[in-house]
Design a protein around this ligand. Structure first.
Ligand code: DAH
Length: 338
């Protein structure tokens, strides 16, 4: 019987020796020392051993059990540490490798120029207002002294939603919204998107404008001139020549178009300025008394000036860009230059 136990010991030893990883060692443990293990079975049947042999048998059994447990433990520890080393090696992270460079974008050129323009006017005490892009015909045209069927409407190719609703063709209707809601004195700029049914190298169906106006009791054309000169000199440089040319807009009287000395040729004449040496950059004028009447202001009590310009156009002139469509193509080779 004792031999039996000793041969179990040898068998267990043999199997532990042969084990190649901690999983197999674990299986050997279950086989010999588990609840239904071989050695456990022997311990359970101790009571059936005749009295005179029992102490000796029990002692040997316990010794064998302790011995097997010890070798199992040693082997388990050996494999666990080897397996840990292996996994550390396999999943090694080299903390000295330089990180990935995250490509960093920047603002669109028209957004940058818009910000620059807005900053100039904020520094002159103007505040920012916004209006809807889907606009009533009334605000876009009628209140700006362009009655239905008036030929002045031909200046703008309009997207009509229905007879009374349009995509605004300019930011000038914001003048009407603001004046209806506020009393003078007013110093306001209104940037935003506008829409016209037009497309070529210098026109896109959507583009951006910035409107500006100032209303008080003694505003004159020289205030308009002073403000616009500051603006032009800040954006295009302090030596840029500025000229006011008589023009017509239904919502201003008198009206003017403002030119700057050609930024491409410096005034000597080129393709961009059509050999005139001048480039038109915005429309302006003294707010027509008819508009004041429409918003409920007394035209005898107040005067004011207004102006409007295209952001894409200013950006094109500032950077010498000759095709407006480049702003909308999102070609990185173009955008990265700014
Ligand atoms: N709204 C005009 C346009 O889009 C531009 C303009 C001209 C605005 C004269 C004004 C102005 O405020 O006084 O063509």
């Amino acid at each position: 019987m004792i031999e039996d136990i000793l041969s179990i010991k040898d068998l267990a030893r043999e199997e532990i020796k042969k084990a190649k990883d901690s999983k197999t060692v674990q299986a050997v443990r279950v086989k010999f020392l588990g609840k239904k293990g071989i050695l456990t079975g022997k311990l359970k049947s101790l009571s059936s051993i005749p009295n005179e042999h029992r102490p000796e048998y029990g002692r040997v059994l316990n010794e064998v059990k302790t011995e097997i447990e010890a070798i199992l433990k040693k082997q388990e520890e050996f494999f666990k540490s080897a397996e840990l080393q292996n996994s550390l090696k396999a999943n090694r992270i080299d903390v000295t490798v330089p990180g990935y460079c995250i490509p960093c974008g920047h603002r669109h050129p028209t957004s940058r120029v818009l910000d620059e323009i807005v900053d100039v006017f904020l520094s002159l005490g103007f505040r920012i207002e916004e209006g809807p892009e889907v606009e009533l015909d009334y605000y876009n045209f009628e209140a700006l002294n362009m009655p239905k069927d008036h030929p002045a409407r031909d200046m703008q190719d309009t997207f009509y939603i229905n007879e009374d609703v349009v995509l605004r063709t300019h930011t000038s209707p914001v003048q009407v919204h603001v004046m209806k809601k506020n009393r003078p004195p007013l110093r306001v700029i209104a940037p935003g998107k506008v829409y016209r049914c037009d497309a070529d190298v210098s026109h896109t169906p959507m583009f951006q404008q910035i409107e500006g106006f100032m209303v008080d009791s003694h505003i004159t054309m020289s205030d308009l001139k002073g403000v616009l000169e500051v603006f032009i000199h800040q954006i295009f440089g302090p030596k840029t020549p500025v000229r006011f040319r008589p023009s017509f807009f239904p919502f201003t009287e008198p009206s003017a178009e403002i030119d700057i000395g050609c930024v491409i040729c410096g005034g000597t004449g080129c393709r961009v300025c059509k050999n005139t040496g001048w480039i038109e950059i915005l429309g302006a004028g003294m707010i027509n008394p008819r508009v004041f009447e429409m918003v409920g202001y007394d035209p005898e009590a107040y005067t004011g000036f207004a102006f409007g310009m295209g952001i894409e156009r200013i950006t094109m002139l500032k950077y010498g860009i000759d095709d407006i469509r480049l702003f909308f193509e999102n070609d990185k080779r173009f955008l990265e230059q700014f």
